[in-house]
Ligand binder design. Sequence first.
Ligand code: TYD
Length: 210
Amino acid sequence: MNNKFITFEGGEGAGKTSVISELSKFLEGAGFNLITTREPGGIKIAENIRQIILDPNNTAMDGRTEALLYAAARRQHLVEKVIPELNLGKIVLCDRFLDSSLVYQGIARKIGLDEIFSINNFAIENCMPKLTFYFDIDPEIGLARIAKNKNREINRLDMENLDFHYSVREGYLKLLTMFPERIVSIDANRPLEEVITETKEKIMSYLQVM
Ligand code: TYD
């Protein structure tokens, strides 16, 4: 069942959200039954938690509180949406999942990978994706892309300094070495079209042998 649970990860401005949207149109056109969703959010309770976490006014938020809120949003989204859709036989494409917490809270905020694993094990009860795409981008290029996109909301994590975004990238590179069988890295410094083409090819070869 988890074979059809596929997640997408990357730093700010990697183009993840645009790739997911193109990919879902492409897969639907090819006859696959799927949904797309995102973390934190995807359902009402988790979207409410998202607003608290990402509110730029919540400058007093403690790192562990933030990690617990992400885990709580994840739990609710998983039981209310992801698992029921997988049970219906659908492919679930999810924008961010546990790896974001490992990297942003565990590594960039220095809470520690073991600590983040332990609260998330409680939250997800082994429901892990079988395939994760990581869109790798130089943080300076990613942040410059975001600055150009005026429609995008600015959230509390965007306001972190460049060092934070560099440690996010280091964190993802570390996860790639920890989970080489699950995480596929895609060079997102290139034009979006190329990134989309490569992701389509890789997901099709995965779905065909699945
Ligand atoms: P969002 O606007 O969805 O960013 P993006 O388009 O880059 O995915 O905001 C989500 C933010 O939350 C993003 O900065 C990453 C962060 N995040 C964590 O720090 N931990 C987590 O577990 C998750 C899911 C997201």
